[in-house]
Design a protein around this ligand. Structure first.
Ligand SMILES: [Zn+2]
Length: 481
């Protein structure tokens, strides 16, 4: 089986073949840290984290770089509103970004370059574009000469003449052409600025990604460039014009874009008041449930957020946790020496599940289907646990396969999949020793065939939110949802 990815540049699914065998250079546009991280950001970074994890599972070495636009109009505006230094505002929000995003079990990037730390690299590429005739300076500003770049509009499938008539509305006399965009912006009073060959100023938005991807990954051509669909035009179109104008080489082989988040079927926006930051969501839901919700749809499709859907995701997560916790309890009870003697090969079902999982993921990272395979595996483990004659070796292989594949989706962060009995009882009006004491008492009644008394204990536990399950292999308890 081979991996196929949907490439925005060619508008089709293509077999994934990086430039160098088994190495993937991957760049994803990061945030402009002027405010808190919201659900739309989480969707993007979870999507590309899954893509990265799956490539690593498929034996690729992935060099993942993601930037911070730590100086920008929005940051300057917000900093003026709250009266702090723009760079301090950006730094504070970057720290908050990591707190919110790390909770989603997103792997660390190889580098997180910032604009303010790469001014020299940015000036170098602008200078190169000016020298090659792709850019021109006007009174302290530098613009990209769009007419000089033949392929402009290829990524977003836009026609330059149509773009021009749209852009004429806000004509700027100093530009040669309404489509030309700023690479360097002349200093304005009270704004941070850096010296350059064209006078003091700061970079335009788009140029940073061209400069920093080249600087951090040391390659003119990226294997994967990623970002949200809203960045295709103009941001990614402009990145291509800048990078290819400067290096003369293809900028990125595969362009991958994730879909939007809608809230109750409406576009998420601050003005509609249906805007959720991760901090707001974490007050009610676990980050693991948020992650499971985000991967429950294919990354290119829009995903609709609602209370019902996130609750459903939390229940799904419970299913995984219950089966793994039951397994743990079982493993604690068994005699490992006895098992060692009849050690067998991995059961066929493990390979079958893994094949189905990779078939789903090889089809442009179809996490919705991959997740369905994990639920199927969970059901199979539950059925296996109900067998009279337990095959503990088989069970152990099955649960290990579930955990390993779940980790490819970033679902089971080390230590997060298994809750302790104390974790499960958080917020309940009963302690672990009390549950155990009642269970032992009920066991005693059952042994003496005192069914009424035994049922009374069951009801007492139920009243406190504890459900008992009598299985062929003893009684298990779980917390009522
Ligand atoms: Zn970018």
């Amino acid at each position: 089986m081979a991996l196929f990815v949907y490439n925005t540049l060619t508008h089709q699914k293509e077999e994934f073949k990086p430039l160098k065998d088994k190495v993937v250079n991957m760049y994803v546009c990061g945030v402009t840290p002027y405010d808190e991280v919201h659900l739309g950001h989480a969707r993007c970074y979870v999507a590309f984290d899954v893509i990265r994890r799956y490539l690593e599972y498929s034996d690729y070495t992935v060099n993942y770089v993601q930037n911070f636009t730590d100086i920008d109009d929005k940051i300057i505006k917000r900093a003026q509103e709250v009266q702090i230094d723009p760079l301090a505002l950006a730094q504070k929000n970057i720290e908050e970004y990591f707190k919110d995003i790390n909770a989603l079990n997103i792997k660390k990037a190889k580098a997180y370059p910032k604009v303010t730390e790469n001014i020299a690299e940015i000036i170098k590429i602008i200078d190169n574009l000016v020298n090659k005739g792709y850019a021109y300076a006007v009174d302290g500003d530098v613009y990209y000469r769009v007419a000089k770049f033949q392929k402009y509009g290829a990524l977003s499938k836009r026609d330059v003449s149509q773009l021009k008539s749209g852009a004429r509305v806000e004509i700027d006399e100093r530009k040669e052409d309404p489509l030309d965009f700023a690479l360097w912006k002349k200093e304005k009073p009270g704004e941070p600025s850096w010296p350059s060959p064209w006078g003091s100023g700061r970079p335009g938005w788009h140029i940073e990604c061209s400069a920093m991807s080249l600087h951090e990954l040391k390659t003119a051509t990226l294997d994967i460039h990623g970002g949200g669909q809203d960045l295709i035009f103009p941001h990614h179109e402009n990145e291509i014009a800048q990078s290819e104008g400067s290096t003369g080489k293809l900028f990125a082989k595969y362009w991958l874009h994730n879909g939007f988040v809608t809230i109750n079927k409406e576009k998420m926006s601050k003005s509609l008041g249906n805007f959720f930051t991760l901090k707001q969501i974490y007050q009610k839901h676990s980050p693991a449930a948020v992650r499971l919700f985000l991967i429950s749809q294919h990354y290119r499709s829009p995903i609709d957020y609602s209370e019902d859907k996130i609750t459903e995701a939390a229940k799904g997560l419970d299913k995984f946790q219950n089966v793994l916790e039951n397994m743990r309890e079982m493993v604690n009870q068994i005699n490992l020496d006895a098992i060692g003697k009849k050690f067998t090969a991995a059961p066929e079902i493990c390979q079958q599940m893994e094949d189905k999982f990779t078939a789903a993921m090889d089809d442009d990272f179809n996490t919705a289907e991959a997740l369905a395979v994990l639920f199927e595996m969970t059901n199979a483990i539950n059925i296996e646990m109900e067998q009279k004659e337990l095959d503990l070796v088989k069970l152990s292989y099955m649960s290990r396969t579930l955990v390993r594949l779940g980790q490819v989706l970033g679902l089971f962060a080390p230590g997060s999949a298994l809750r302790t009995a104390e974790d499960k009882l958080k917020g309940k009006n009963i302690s672990v020793p009390e549950v155990e004491r009642l269970l032992a008492r009920r066991e005693e009644y059952r042994r003496q065939k005192k069914w009424a008394e035994s049922d009374q204990v069951r009801d007492e536990l139920l009243a406190k939110g504890i459900i008992l399950e009598d299985t062929a292999h003893g009684t298990r308890w779980k917390v009522k949802e």
